[in-house]
Design a protein around this ligand. Structure first.
Ligand code: FES
Length: 185
């Protein structure tokens, strides 16, 4: 009888040791799996979130033309520029019209041809010496100032620079139908 009790106690002890080892290896496996999961999740998260932070990179500088082309320009000159733009995971090349014009002080400036009212394409009317938007009749002076129609602001002026004798522009989109030029990212 005494011997049987001793055998029972020894079996219980073994069970405790086995359970403890199992728990230890189980915990180790769980930690390992969690670590692997975290390591694998980083590139997946970066891929999924890429369009969000890539959006901030915006567009690049585009050539408008040789500076010599615009030295003697008296009225606005229409140009088509191309620029790379990120659309989600894809990079697409877009084309937009701009006008190289002069400010009232005679400085060269580049204006977006997108109407600030609702986004139609504005065109220069040589006979009237004005820009005209065909959609709702907004009228702008050669320097982009709004003089008639529903547009709440003048034509949008774009950042420019001169590089290697070329006029370059940084094309941007702006919020339509608001009084101030608000850049869209
Ligand atoms: S879109 Fe140009 S006036 Fe409305």
């Amino acid at each position: 009888m005494e011997q049987e009790k001793q055998i029972d106690k020894s079996a219980e002890k073994k069970d405790v040791i086995i359970i403890t080892r199992r728990s230890f290896f189980g915990a180790l496996m769980a930690i390992g799996s969690a670590g692997m999961g975290a390591i694998l999740a980083v590139p997946v998260l970066r891929y999924v979130l890429y369009p969000l932070y890539a959006k901030a990179s915006g567009t690049d500088w585009s050539d408008v033309g040789e500076m010599s082309e615009f030295t003697n320009c008296k009225s606005p000159v229409r140009k088509t520029i191309t620029f790379a733009q990120r659309d989600g995971w894809r990079e697409v090349v877009s084309a937009q019209s701009v006008y190289v014009s002069r400010t009232a002080a005679g400085e060269l400036e580049v204006l977006s041809a997108i109407c600030p009212h609702l986004g139609c394409s504005v065109s220069w009317q040589q006979a009237q010496n004005d820009f005209l938007c065909p959609c709702h009749g907004s009228v702008f002076k050669a320097d982009g100032m709004a003089v008639a129609g529903p547009s709440p602001r003048g034509m949008d002026r774009l950042p420019t620079r001169i590089k290697d004798g070329k006029l370059q522009v940084h094309f941007e989109y702006f919020r339509p139908n608001v009084p101030n030029q608000e850049k869209l990212t």
